[in-house]
Design a protein around this ligand. Structure first.
Ligand SMILES: CC(C)(COP(=O)(O)OP(=O)(O)OC[C@H]1O[C@@H](n2cnc3c(N)ncnc32)[C@H](O)[C@@H]1OP(=O)(O)O)[C@@H](O)C(=O)NCCC(=O)NCCS
Length: 185
């Protein structure tokens, strides 16, 4: 298993590398990549770095991450102002995907205000690192008085769904091709 530590600014490029390798979405063009960073990395690393943890190798390079926005209302207002307009400039297809992702979260955000993303490079998967990242985030949130989390996951991502269930998430709803999973802790 890899060591876990708080995110540092020096991890930024590795976060992007992990995001591209694990997204399961198209990564052929610069726009594809910019979309992934804007949708799944930038807000969390730039606005809520305190809620980001990384798994590192022996050279202290990030090989996995867990990213969290602790309050959906704050996330939505900053995301709409700073990130969504840049996604819109990439093209309608990207804008549509972003709106869909936000809309799904919004449906459940009254009760489950905090949401997360977790990704680990393939060669480091299946060794307990994801579980360690998840526990680190939960403990960190608990210390801030936050006791629930939500995420959305592609319905076809059986490996991740199994991982989340093993980490005490339950399937809340299937919607628009995504599983909404929730966890109280
Ligand atoms: C999903 C992910 C974060 C899990 O992290 P991980 O470090 O691989 O998971 P762990 O080693 O802590 O495994 C915990 C449990 O998850 C499940 N799991 C993990 N890897 C698995 C695999 N390759 N196949 C099936 N189940 C797997 C198992 O139930 C495992 O428990 P077990 O070892 O007792 O069988 C990681 O595999 C990953 O980044 N996958 C690619 C990106 C992704 O899908 N991210 C989530 C998007 S919603």
């Amino acid at each position: 298993m890899n060591n876990i530590r708080k995110y540092e600014v020096k991890d930024r490029e590795n976060l992007k590398k992990i995001c591209i390798e694990t997204s399961g979405l198209p990564t052929e063009t610069a726009k594809d990549k910019d979309f992934l960073f804007l949708m799944f990395n930038d807000y969390y690393a730039e606005i809520e770095p305190d809620n980001v943890f990384v798994a590192v190798n022996d050279a202290d390079e990030a090989v996995g991450y867990i990213l969290c926005a602790e309050n959906f209302e704050k996330y939505l207002s900053v995301f709409k102002k700073n990130y969504l307009p840049r996604i819109k400039k990439l093209g309608f297809r990207y804008y549509y995907m972003a709106i869909g992702e936000i809309a799904v979260h919004k449906l459940f955000a009254k009760k489950y205000k905090a949401h997360l993303h977790i990704d680990i490079l393939s060669e480091c998967q299946g060794k307990g690192t994801g579980t360690a990242l998840m526990n680190e985030l939960k403990n960190h949130l608990k210390s801030k008085g936050i006791h629930s989390l939500m995420l959305s996951c592609g319905m076809g991502n059986k490996q991740a769904i199994k991982f989340y269930k093993k980490n005490n998430f339950i399937l809340h709803r299937n919607i628009m091709g995504s599983c909404i999973m929730i966890c109280d802790f």
